[in-house]
Design a protein around this ligand. Sequence first.
Ligand code: HAM
Length: 407
Amino acid sequence: MVELHRPKGTRDFLPRDMERRRWLEERLRGVLGRFGFGEIATPAFEHTELFTMRSGPGIIEDMYNFKDKGGREVALRPELTAPTMRLYVEGLLGAPKPLKLYYFGNCFRYEQPQKGRYREFWQFGAEILGAKRALGEIEILALAHECLSASGLKDFVFRIGHVGVLRKLFLDNGVPPEGQTPLWPLVDKKDFEGLRAALAEMNVDAGPIIAVLGSSGGREVLDNVPGSGLEEVLDGLGRLGISDFVIEPGIARGLDYYTGMVFEVDVPGLGAEKQVCGGGSYSLSELFGAEPVTSTGFALGFDRMLVALEAQGAAFPQRKLDFYIVPMGPKEREEGLRVLAELRRAGRSADIDLADRNLSKALKYASSANASAAVIIGDEELKSGLLTVKDLATGEQRKAPLAGLLK
Ligand code: HAM
């Protein structure tokens, strides 16, 4: 017999998992709606080239790509920013700007799986195209902050940097642009020893660079990185009542398309896979043959947010069933089905015993299905026309006509 397993790094979601996932999804959709964003959806796979053009070596190594039966190179999407920009260039160039778009979809990366890191995972993200740079950045940062707050997530650390000034820092210290690309993974991992060694090989003094990369703190840190323009962004956020940010000039991000402000959000308690959100300003439209358009966005790691919420003991709401009907015999079952249909038509959630079980077993099942009340129908109920309604939390019983349950 063939043994069938889920592919490594993928997950099945049971009803209880899906209930939590849908709850978080609805919360986030609510925020995006309040911020005036419209939802888009793109294919699960794209031409591989879309991602290799600018995503960076990290993403390319991790990609699920293959030749389809027509010999085309295609890849399962590792992220949704490049597909969003392709969609923009193909179908939204003439639309009124700024465009405020959001998406929720599965992404695929061939990574070594561990808690919080999967080969199939979900991103909930947003992009603003064509806004005035600082205004778009304020809106996107405020949105990311609100998504995290509205989910109930506690203790998240919001870090903001700027890859434009980071590149200039390397340039001013003697590292030309082509020499910088191989250094980004070291900067991203904060591997300062590795960076020191790589810079020594280029005859570059690592001291001034590492001093900036290692700094973090409040607004005063911006003095180390002149020209970022982040002051205006922080002022705007302050006016929106958001001030719990850390300025960290060393944020490099793993993707190559960023050009300006970048940010990451961590939940320190999560350990190695603590980053629950990443984003920033980027340029991709030119690469796809369109005019430059200011672009800024982020993606939340939906699965990691759930891991964090579960770890902090978040009170996820549980699905409830209003009534569970227990008929005591075949004639009572006929009446039970009539009651069931009426309850459902009236908008109440209702279920009926499908296993022909005795009363105590049926009641046990009703509790496990999270039913509020059992409706017991026996001979006496048939004769009197009054149903026995048992409150499954208190155990109290009362008699009620069907009309009383429909309200
Ligand atoms: P990213 O940082 O590569 O950015 O991914 C965004 C988030 O997805 C991460 O912060 C993390 O929470 C989650 N994530 C990434 N890989 C995995 C994985 N293997 N398993 C579980 N969660 C994961 C982007 O993808 C950019 N497109 C974000 C963006 C949008 N930038 C501008 N607009």
